[in-house]
Design a protein around this ligand. Structure first.
Ligand code: LLP
Length: 426
């Protein structure tokens, strides 16, 4: 369930009227629901009850300090991919000892920073990286805890840009080479083997690829465990969300009402937990989108309507620099008006931004509410990979981010000004 719903004909987030909020803070505006983050976190941990597990929220999905702070309060760990993300987690009050450092291109500076903060683990993506970590650790008299990321060569059946578990992807160590790499790691004096890791891709809407990957890697984990001191197995992130039924009274209901639920935490846990249990290891999960995706929306104002010969365009004040998912992955975000009545008249249109690129659209030829200039609309399910992928392209200031908690409104990030745009250049 998410906490965006119409009340008296106006879209609300929790107890807050979004029309009034947008008028006060301006658009484009990201709005997050604290309760939705918490509910998603709890739904996942509850589904996995009985399995010794730890959630390491993938910071890249939404790294606002307020968001990280509320997840830290829930006891979440963090999957980080840069020194900057670790810095954010620490500033937000998160525990570095619950941080796993992933990514194929960690620098010596980042490795050293992570070692100083005694992070939980480095997820190793190559032998060269393993050796650099050993060297950096030696330099500061530390021992680096590691897990090797195994590439199981499984098709995640998701968009090719967010599929990571095939042999042709840049991620992880080939399944066949894993034992040798672990042996090498065991011989490095400043490396401590702690776990095994995998992640096959993002926005998976079927449990089948997860099952295939887990079944493929479990025998390897068991074999490695018999030789090395393995404490945990991280199965990565990737649980998909529903983007095209975003307002239906919450995703869980939508899933439950459909004959073949694509992927819910319960389906995920029911399929994976019994298989993982037999390992007798702690299981780590790295969900990003599942926790944050439906916890946020992007509000944008319609500037103009333009009826071309072939199409109707609704030009809004948010662009691909604010939310790049449609342009980059053909990502679908529901588009709904803040005033429910505006949805009664329908039109087929493209919703586009002000950026000078033809790829700057939020939908094409979609039937949607016939909203007009000055009307405010919501791009739904914009809590993950939305603000974090925003840029200043076309010298457009980054939007503000608001966190709602019941009736309480917190400006979690101020809107950038034009001065902010040029400040580092002076
Ligand atoms: N763990 C690792 C090693 C990852 O690479 C990722 C995501 C996650 C966990 C979290 O995956 P999630 O649970 O959020 O699916 N920008 C794209 C998604 C990129 C995902 C990158 N890695 C999008 O907007 O769809």
């Amino acid at each position: 369930m998410h906490q965006f719903h119409y009340r008296k004909g106006i879209l609300h987030c929790e107890e807050v009227n979004l029309q009034a909020l947008a008028e006060e803070h301006g658009t484009p505006l990201y709005v997050y629901s604290a309760q939705t983050f918490r509910d998603n976190y709890h739904r996942l941990t509850q589904a996995l009850e009985g399995l010794d597990h730890q959630i390491a929220y993938a910071v890249k999905a939404n790294s606002n300090l307020s968001v990280l702070g509320l997840l830290a309060e829930l006891g979440s760990g963090f999957d980080i991919v840069s020194g900057g993300e670790l810095f954010r987690v620490i500033k937000a009050g998160g525990d570095p000892k619950l941080c796993s450092f992933a990514g194929v291109g960690k620098t010596a500076e980042e490795i050293s920073y992570a070692l100083e903060h005694e992070i939980h683990c480095f997820n190793i993506e190559s032998v060269a990286e393993l050796e650099l970590i050993n060297k950096v650790a030696e330099g500061i008299g530390a021992t680096a805890p590691i897990a090797v990321r195994i590439n199981p060569n499984v098709d995640a059946r998701t968009h090719e840009y967010i599929s990571t578990g095939k042999a042709e992807n840049k991620f992880g160590i080939d399944y066949a080479a894993a034992s040798e790499v672990y042996q090498h790691a065991a011989n490095l004096p400043h490396i401590q083997i702690k776990g095994v890791q995998m992640h096959i891709g993002s926005q998976l809407t079927s449990v089948t690829p997860f099952v295939e990957a887990v079944e493929r890697v479990i025998p390897l984990v068991a074999e490695l465990k018999s030789v090395h001191d393995i404490e945990f197995f991280s199965i990565g992130g990737g649980i998909g969300i529903i983007y095209d039924a975003a307002l239906a009274s919450g995703q869980q209901d939508w899933w439950d009402q459909h004959d073949e639920p694509p992927l819910s935490p319960v389906v995920y846990a029911n399929e994976l937990a019994p298989r993982l249990q037999s390992l007798g290891l702690k299981i780590l999960l790295e969900p990003g989108r599942y926790i944050s995706g439906n916890a946020g929306v992007l509000l944008t104002t319609c500037l103009y309507e333009k009826k071309g010969h072939a199409k109707t365009f609704k030009i809004v004040d948010a662009g691909m620099n604010d939310l790049i998912r449609p342009a980059l992955y053909q990502g679908h975000h529901e588009i709904i008006p803040l005033r429910e009545d505006d949805a009664s008249t329908r039109v087929t249109a493209d919703v586009v931004g002000p950026i000078c690129e033809s790829g700057d659209f939020f939908c094409q030829d979609r039937e949607l509410a016939d909203f007009k200039a000055n009307d405010i609309i919501a791009l739904m399910s914009a809590g993950a990979y939305s603000f974090t992928m925003a840029s200043n392209y076309n010298s457009r200031p980054l939007p503000a981010e608001i966190l709602i908690e019941g009736t309480q409104v917190t400006v979690a990030r101020q809107r950038q000004s034009w001065d902010d745009l040029i400040a580092p250049e002076l």
